[in-house]
Ligand binder design. Structure first.
Ligand code: AGP
Length: 609
């Protein structure tokens, strides 16, 4: 998954492109490059590593162009090298292309192009596009050449292309990888997501799959690949540039952890109807009648989003009495899922671009299921391809490790459980009780955040252990898995989440004084069961951190360390319980001096399968 930025207008193109790439670096950062057009000539510069390396390469070059394209890469085909970095040029150097996606038939196309004399400089699938477009460029109509080339491509793409003798236009096209146009004053932008163009314009147009745009500094037109004009809608993005910056914190991740009280408010704004003991979810109103008939929900997601889905499963079974299954999106599409008109398939996805989740939704649609989405990025592909859905309104989540999106997903899942429950047997009193408790969550999270320094000290104490086990039951079992994922993905410490009751069936063999355990044991319906698991661990000299409810003094007698969270409903405990786990992982990774926002091997949104 890569980041693309294109610019045409009155400013210095390379400076604008570099600034945009820096804001997309979380999308992938093993190499980057730019290509500009000036005086009928294309100049391209590329560098391995982070974008600062490209910036250093360009400093002093003063390319002084007004049009260009650029790319930051997360390798899928070919190692991170300068040759494999984008842009890729045609043989004659008169065309440049950047690409995000996977060309599945690139080997065949490469062989055919080689037979026609094309010379390839990289091992990437993307370079095929530059030579394929060159094949169709004899009439010097760049858009036509791109259209004809893309008709031969199987797979996914978000691309931008420029040519030396079309020096006032950029061609952009998408199929499966996001692209957004930023509409400025006598300047226009193209980017993989809005973070790259925030601060220049708030007017954007999202390209849809199969669409291609010709963009100049004062105009843009969108058609399909057969040049049929497509009307488009200009959206106004409500994220300020500030929101996509760090807000004074050392890392985006810490900023986003600290934002969670506000995120709960934003995720519920205008949606709570306490006087009726129910909620209003505008994005589901068109399918409300269908939701009444639903007897089964399949939740599909990946990573953290899937752990949110697992908690949603408990909620909807307990409060809406609907049968729920949670599936790995990457597995769902290769099974033979039994879907019918009484089944809804719910995708949970922060980015709305995760390839596995998108593919699973498309499979569900092909089988006629009602498809729903819980998505954070407005206008993202999953949001637009599901029949209906609910936006998180959590604001841009820049850090690769998902935090505020997770708590927002849990809130929206709670709202959906109330909506579905109140369509069924949930009483007004129960609905109101849940809503009233949701309204207390921002203050309760703020209280937890005030103990961040205590968690920071705890993190330092445990930072050097090579392994960690997280345990939880019922609503807190998926929370244990999420806590483990947070730690492993940013600190690279081996950590696993287990169902507490499952531990004695094998995993307890791992326990010794070098394998600490984070036991999530709030005072809830399964507290006593958790305590007996903790006793088993202590008997084997295991070190224990207990996360429990305020006032539970018993915990201090048995644990090495205790973290308290305020009391709340059992179903809402994970929204509070995850905050200390996020901070614990964050401080350990920071203490170890790791790149918290851009951990090795990971990308923010995995738009490849
Ligand atoms: C979580 O911290 C990871 N970044 C990853 O597991 C992520 O949750 C997963 O890739 C799903 O992404 P999505 O929510 O954008 O679909």
């Amino acid at each position: 998954m890569c980041g693309i930025v294109g610019y045409v207008g009155k400013k210095n193109a390379e400076n604008t492109l570099l600034e945009g790439l820096k804001r997309l670096e979380y999308r992938g950062y093993d190499s980057s490059g730019i290509a500009i057009v000036k005086n009928g000539k294309i100049t391209s510069k590329k560098a391995v590593g982070k974008i600062i390396n490209l910036e250093n390469l360009l400093s002093g070059k003063n390319l002084d162009a007004r049009i260009g394209i650029s790319h930051t890469r997360w390798a899928t085909h070919g190692k991170p090298t300068e040759e494999n970095a984008h842009p890729h040029l045609s043989c004659d150097g008169n065309l440049a292309v950047v690409h995000n996606g996977i060309i599945e038939n690139y080997q065949t196309l490469r062989e055919e192009l080689k037979k026609k004399g094309h010379k390839f400089l990289s091992q990437t699938d993307s370079e095929v596009l530059a030579h394929l477009i060159e094949e169709f460029y004899e009439k010097k109509d760049l858009k036509h050449a791109v259209c004809e080339a893309l008709k031969l491509v199987e797979g996914t793409y978000g691309i931008t292309a420029i040519a030396n003798d079309n020096s006032d236009e950029i061609i952009a096209a998408r199929k499966g990888s996001p692209l957004v146009l930023g509409i400025g004053d006598n300047e226009n932008f193209i980017a993989s997501d809005v973070a790259a163009i925030l601060g220049y314009t708030k007017q954007v147009v999202y390209l849809n799959d199969g669409e291609i745009a010709r963009v100049t500094k004062d105009n843009f037109e969108i058609t399909d690949l057969d040049d049929r004009k497509i009307d488009c809608e200009i959206s106004k993005i409500d994220w300020t540039l500030e929101e996509s910056q760090r807000g004074g914190h050392d890392h985006f991740m810490l900023k986003e952890i600290m934002e969670q009280p506000r995120v709960i408010v934003d995720s519920t704004r205008g949606r709570l109807l306490p006087e009726e003991g129910t909620v209003r979810l505008g994005g589901l109103e068109d399918v409300e009648a269908k939701l009444r008939k639903i007897e089964r929900i399949i939740i599909i997601a990946c990573g953290t989003a899937r752990y949110a889905g697992l908690i949603g499963e408990y909620m909807m079974e307990e409060y809406a009495e609907i049968s729920v299954e949670v599936e790995f999106a990457s597995e769902f599409r290769y099974r033979k899922p039994i879907l019918d008109e009484k089944t809804a398939v719910l995708a949970v996805s922060q980015s709305g671009e995760t390839a596995d989740t998108l593919a699973a939704i498309r499979e569900a649609k092909r089988k006629g299921a009602l498809t729903l989405g819980i998505v954070n990025v407005v206008g993202s592909t999953i949001a637009r391809e599901t029949d209906a859905g609910v936006y998180n309104h959590a604001g841009p989540e820049i850090a690769v490790a998902s935090t505020k999106a997770f708590t927002s997903q849990l809130v929206v899942l709670t709202l959906m459980a109330v909506l579905l429950g109140r369509q069924r047997k949930m009483s007004e009193v129960t609905g109101r009780r849940i809503i009233e408790e949701i309204e207390t969550l921002p203050k309760k999270i703020e209280k937890i955040l005030k103990s961040a320094d205590k968690i920071k000290k705890l993190a330092k104490k445990y930072a050097d252990y090579p392994n960690f086990m997280y345990l939880g039951r019922k609503y807190c079992f998926p929370l244990a898995e999420e806590g483990a994922l947070k730690l492993k993905e940013i600190s690279y410490i081996h950590s696993e989440g287990f169902a507490a009751g499952e531990m004695k069936h094998g995993s307890i063999a791992l326990i010794d004084e070098n394998f600490p355990v984070f036991a999530i044991a709030p005072k809830d319906s399964v507290y006593e069961k958790n305590i007996s698991n903790i006793e088993e661990i202590l008997a084997r000299k295991g070190k224990i951190i207990i996360l429990t409810t305020e006032g539970n003094k018993e915990a201090e007698k048995i644990a090495d360390d205790v973290i308290y969270i305020p009391k709340t409903l059992e179903m809402l405990t994970p929204i509070l319980g995850v905050v200390p786990l996020q901070l614990f992982a964050y401080y350990i990774a920071s203490y170890k001096g790791l790149d918290v926002d851009k951990p090795r091997n990971l990308a923010k949104s995995v738009t490849v399968e």
